[in-house]
Ligand binder design. Structure first.
Ligand code: CA
Length: 244
């Protein structure tokens, strides 16, 4: 794994703790080094402090996500909620807030690794593609095609879409979505789900502000609509409730 962290007072203890947990750790002390090391080490997980010298953590996150589905956990300062939201929007899978406990961090990391596709599953052709209306998702190839065009989805959004498509026509509660895509012990706030739904809509909806594929079911959760929709279709329910 790759740890991008510049705080000297902090990084040695962090690395020691992670090694004790059995992780192979590479450290980058600034954003530029993080990108270099990402390419040379090919880590299976990235722990990314957002406050980094030279290249910001947000830019590092965006850049890694543009070329990899590796799980990225961002580290944000307490009270820097906006950083967390931006980090999730540019493709981070999860976040921890400083100061965090080692136990919490390791639990998040292990959960992220469990959810990540393993190389030996990459060619698993037992997993069948799911197609609902204009969206086709192929789990074995980690591929999503929307209206004939392939779209790149980070892991979390991919898993969320897979769950929604598999249950198309059914309401999935917020708890169900969080439990299945994150974990039953997820301790982050529920905004994370809304941010991911919003991102997913920007990738698959014709008009993300008036979603017709993934609709909001007020007070409950979300539903992937079975009916094939046209460009003019609008969900009055979503208009009334606002996005997400
Ligand atoms: Ca820092």
């Amino acid at each position: 794994m790759l740890v991008a962290e510049d705080e000297e007072s902090f990084v040695d203890a962090l690395v020691l703790g992670l090694k004790r947990e059995g992780f192979l750790v590479e450290v980058a002390r600034d954003g530029a080094e993080a990108l270099d090391k990402f390419d040379s080490v090919r880590p299976d997980l990235v722990l990314l402090d957002l406050m980094l010298p030279r290249v910001s953590g947000i830019d590092v996150c965006r850049s890694i996500r543009a070329r990899s589905t590796v799980p990225i956990i961002i580290v944000t300062a307490k009270g820097a909620e906006i950083d967390t939201v931006v980090g999730l929007e540019v493709g981070a899978d999860d976040y921890v807030t400083k100061p965090y406990r080692m136990r919490e961090l390791v639990a998040r990391m292990r959960a992220a690794l469990r959810r990540a596709p393993r190389p030996d599953e990459a060619g698993d052709d037992r997993l069948e593609a799911i197609e609902v209306g204009e969206v086709r998702l192929d789990p074995s190839r980690h591929e999503v095609v929307v209206r004939g065009r392939e779209v790149q989805l980070p892991l979390k959004e991919f898993e969320l879409l897979e769950l929604l498509l598999t249950n198309a026509g059914r309401v999935l509660t917020r708890d169900t979505l969080i439990n299945q895509v994150w974990s039953p012990h997820y301790v982050g706030d529920t905004k994370t789900l809304d941010v991911h739904i919003k991102r997913l809509r920007t990738r698959i909806e014709i008009d993300p502000a008036s979603p017709v594929l993934i609709t909001t079911i007020r007070g409950l959760g979300y539903r992937y609509e079975l009916a094939r929709t046209t460009t003019r279709a609008r969900s009055t329910a979503d208009q009334a409730q606002g996005p997400g």
